[in-house]
Design a protein around this ligand. Structure first.
Ligand SMILES: Cc1cc2nc3c(=O)[nH]c(=O)nc-3n(C[C@H](O)[C@H](O)[C@H](O)COP(=O)(O)OP(=O)(O)OC[C@H]3O[C@@H](n4cnc5c(N)ncnc54)[C@H](O)[C@@H]3O)c2cc1C
Length: 427
């Protein structure tokens, strides 16, 4: 077992921490760059690995890559990736702002491979984190224990591991092998034999649910998928240019400085820009698929809108879902084999951050404008949280749109804290 020490340890090599790695590498600070390490639990980098369908597209412009909005001259831009890979002409010919998800995923892996000083350690999972304290009891850093027992100590920790999958309580009693969250879709569906005539039921009406519903038709060609949607049916994201302005990185300041009740109201009004809806071209594709089924057959798929699941149990080898029709109030059973949850992610702090806050003696997690958890100025070790601060930093916090600027903010804070001489700290 090994014990390593670094300056900045970043958990997760998804878009958020990769964007930070680029900002650090471009900072000109050799000490910071060489002292930064990213940990990734997978053997490589893939964007939304388990929903990486060949037809799935990015919902934001490629110009909002990891770096361009902060530094359009950076060698880490999406356009430079295309150029480097000899595919710029062909991409330009597509005439789109929304690349395929796999193409952006390739870009992320390329960025990782082209970092010269910031290191990435793959196939290691951060399991637990402990605060390290100095003689005065102040937090001086963090000790991260990896699966297998290795430890890494750092002064600054950045958690960028994404959010925890949301599994509604009603499914709690179903065996694990009958539930597939969208965060596991590809890996789990690959284990189901293609020639099985199964009855999968997808829960949810937003992008992840709809993508699983569509993919099931191809991945399991004999299956008869149903999708259960609580609302009036599939809806488009709100994509007006006016509301899109609220995704500008500069809006983060307005949002952060607003009173809590105003922030809550804005989030509520912006819900259909990012949640509970589908990208309009994809919505059209689903409609056409269902139309063709109706006219040409066979009719394999069922969409049940205005319906909610009020119970879930096993009966022999079948899953039985009790569905309540919200129009009539009538409850009736639906027999099926597999439940696929497109129920999104928990809005709150992820498990890793909550456990750590408790150990650090924080009654609540409060995050500064620079994404650093407030632990008092005297604390030497910093804890930064990426992608989980929607309540304070706005709806774009979990998205790629703001990553280039957010990395700049976190980098500035890391550098500013390093500019404070050690002796001032104990003064
Ligand atoms: C299906 C889907 C489509 C999306 N499409 C878009 C889109 O088009 N545009 C957009 O802006 N946003 C989109 N999003 C939002 C998405 O959250 C962001 O695009 C982006 O992936 C967030 O990056 P991240 O680095 O914060 O988290 P993630 O992308 O979730 O990356 C986290 C990384 O951390 C690793 N990790 C987690 N825990 C550990 C651990 N304990 N130890 C080591 N490694 C760990 C994971 O393996 C992963 O690689 C989409 C989300 C989903 C679910």
């Amino acid at each position: 077992m090994t014990d390593q020490e670094v300056g900045v340890l970043a958990i997760g090599a998804g878009p958020a921490n990769l964007a930070l790695a680029v900002a650090i590498e471009e900072s000109g600070s050799d000490e910071l760059t060489r002292g930064t390490l990213l940990l990734e639990q997978s053997p490589d980098i893939k964007w939304q690995r388990d929903l990486l369908m060949p037809w799935a597209r990015s919902q934001v412009s490629f110009l909002k890559d990891l770096v361009t909005l902060r530094n359009p001259r950076s060698r880490f831009s999406f356009l430079n990736f295309l150029h480097d890979q000899n595919r710029l002409d062909e991409f330009v010919n597509l005439a789109t702002f929304n690349p395929f998800r796999w193409e952006l995923s390739d870009y992320l892996q390329w960025v990782a491979a082209n970092l010269e000083k910031v290191r990435i350690r793959y196939s290691v999972r951060a399991e637990t984190i402990e605060p390290t304290r100095d003689a005065d009891g102040l937090i001086s850093g963090w000790t991260v224990r990896l699966t297998g027992g290795d430890t890494i100590r750092c002064r600054d920790l950045v958690i960028g591991g994404g959010r925890d999958p949301h599994v509604p309580e009603v499914f709690a009693d179903l065996p694990k092998d009958r539930i597939v969250h969208s965060a596991q879709y590809n890996s789990r569906i690959a284990q189901v034999p293609k020639d099985r005539k199964i009855r999968p039921v997808v829960i949810g009406g937003a992008q992840s649910a709809a993508e699983m519903f569509m993919a099931l038709h191809q991945n399991l060609p004999l299956s008869e998928p149903t999708i259960v949607i609580r609302s009036i049916g599939f809806q488009s994201y709100q994509t007006s240019k006016f509301v899109n302005e609220l995704f500008y990185p500069s809006f983060v300041d307005d949002f952060y400085n607003s009173p809590a009740e105003v922030r809550a109201q804005i989030l509520d009004e912006m819900r259909l820009t990012n949640y509970a809806g589908l990208a309009p071209p994809f919505l059209e594709e689903i409609y056409l698929m269902l139309y063709q089924q109706k006219r040409l057959g066979p009719r394999r798929s069922t969409v049940r809108a205005m319906t909610e699941v009020v119970g879930a149990r096993m009966a022999g080898d079948e899953v039985v879902l009790n569905l309540r029709d919200r129009k009539t109030g009538k409850v009736e059973p639906l027999h099926c084999d597999l439940v696929l949850l497109g129920t999104g992610y928990d809005a709150g702090m992820p498990r890793l951050a909550r456990a750590l806050a408790e150990k650090a003696g924080l009654s609540e997690i409060s995050v500064s404008r620079f994404h650093r958890v407030e632990m008092g100025e005297a604390a030497w070790g910093g804890l930064y949280l990426q992608g989980v601060n929607e309540e304070t930093h706005g709806i774009a916090d979990s998205l790629i749109s703001v990553l280039a600027h957010r990395s700049h903010d976190i980098l500035g804070d890391l550098l500013a804290r390093r500019a404070v001489p050690t002796k001032l700290r104990s003064a």
